[in-house]
Design a protein around this ligand. Structure first.
Ligand SMILES: Nc1nc2c(c(=O)[nH]1)N[C@H]1C(S)=C(S)[C@@H](COP(=O)(O)O)O[C@H]1N2
Ligand SMILES: [Mo]
Length: 318
């Protein structure tokens, strides 16, 4: 994503390392006639050595397995993205403006953790993540994910509907929006010392927040979230562009004011508050008609609401 005031360290995705490295490497390999090298490994930036590093990195993270029930309602129209690709191609600007977030999360310590629920609610509370995990029945959902940068993946999240937390908090009738914030820890997140409007914030209308699709993830691929995916707790909104799915949440606030959000504050002309996936509304600098799957490189047609219209179309009047 490109911002108007462009610091030297900031690059939009298609100019950033992974993309340029991939295309240069692809040209290079073509020249050498090595086209037989796995397209998937190439596109993910995962040569054999990196695959091994990723595997070791995930193992070293010692992620706890979670018990959950698969929710058969949410199935996919495309193959699942491999874990090693999803875990090495992330957006998490607190740690990196490129995709190699997994290499920069070493100092981040998401344990212990709690989430403060405040604002226009009858039951303000601070929930320790351990208590939440013990209390909430966990389910697994296979969801498509679409980044505004036109890449996509499909992954198995573990968590619970946000609605369960909303019911507990018991919002007052005046609450019209829900605001979410990520931690602010410049000592653990190197880019929080740079001039972005930290902490990262996002927002939903109360109707969007209560929608069946709106999911709070505490795990992925059978275990707790690795740091690069937003440990220990994040939002997953599969019908909206990925930047709405805020990671590592520590505050949820109910309010009657539309919350200021991170990307909308930086570049209002490019990143709206609603940000629903829509192939017919181009980003000001690129088309949104198609998307690229990060594991295989397949190009697919973008689906309106990322294919989730049956759940969310009645929230909007387009
Ligand atoms: N706190 C925070 N949350 C964030 C981001 C971020 O930079 N910081 N990036 C967003 C974007 S643009 C995307 S596409 C998704 C990526 O999620 P993933 O890395 O787990 O695939 O996280 C979203 N949540
Ligand atoms: Mo994104």
């Amino acid at each position: 994503m490109l911002i108007k005031i462009k610091p030297g360290w900031f690059l939009p995705e298609h100019e950033a390392t992974p993309e340029s490295v991939f295309s240069n490497r692809r040209q290079f390999i073509k020249k050498l006639g090595l086209a037989s090298i796995s397209g998937a490994a190439l596109l993910s930036g995962c040569g054999k050595i990196q695959q091994e590093q990723v595997r070791q990195n995930l193992e070293a993270a010692n992620l706890r397995g979670l018990s959950f029930t698969p929710n058969p309602k949410f199935t996919l129209d495309r193959p699942l993205t491999s874990e090693s690709v999803a875990a090495t191609y992330n957006n998490f600007y607190e740690f990196s403006s490129g995709k190699e977030v997994w290499r920069n999360v070493g100092s981040f310590n998401p344990h212990p953790w709690s989430v403060e629920i405040s604002g226009m609610v009858n039951n303000p509370q601070t929930l320790a993540i351990e208590d939440l995990l013990a209390k909430m029945p966990l389910e697994e959902r296979l969801y498509r994910h679409r980044c505004v940068e036109a890449w996509a993946m499909a992954v198995p999240w573990i968590g619970f509907p946000l609605q369960a937390m909303i019911t507990q908090a018991d919002p007052k009738p005046a609450a019209k929006y829900v605001k979410f914030s990520t931690f602010y820890r410049p000592n653990e997140a190197p880019l929080q010392s740079k001039g972005y409007p930290w902490p990262y914030t996002e927002g939903l209308t109360i109707e969007e927040a209560a929608n069946e699709l709106t999911f709070v993830a505490v795990g992925i691929y059978g275990h707790e979230l690795p740091k690069q995916h937003g440990a220990p707790i994040r939002l997953v909104l599969p019908w909206k562009y990925g930047f709405k799915s805020i990671k590592s949440i520590d505050k949820i606030e109910f309010t009657d004011q539309k919350p200021a959000t991170f990307w909308n504050t930086l570049v209002p002309s490019e990143y709206g508050f609603e940000a629903n996936v829509n192939p017919n509304i181009p980003h000001p600098r690129w088309s949104q008609a198609t998307e690229r799957m990060i594991s295989t490189g397949d190009r697919r047609k973008t689906l309106l609401y990322n294919g989730y219209g049956e759940y969310v179309a009645d929230l909007y009047n387009i």
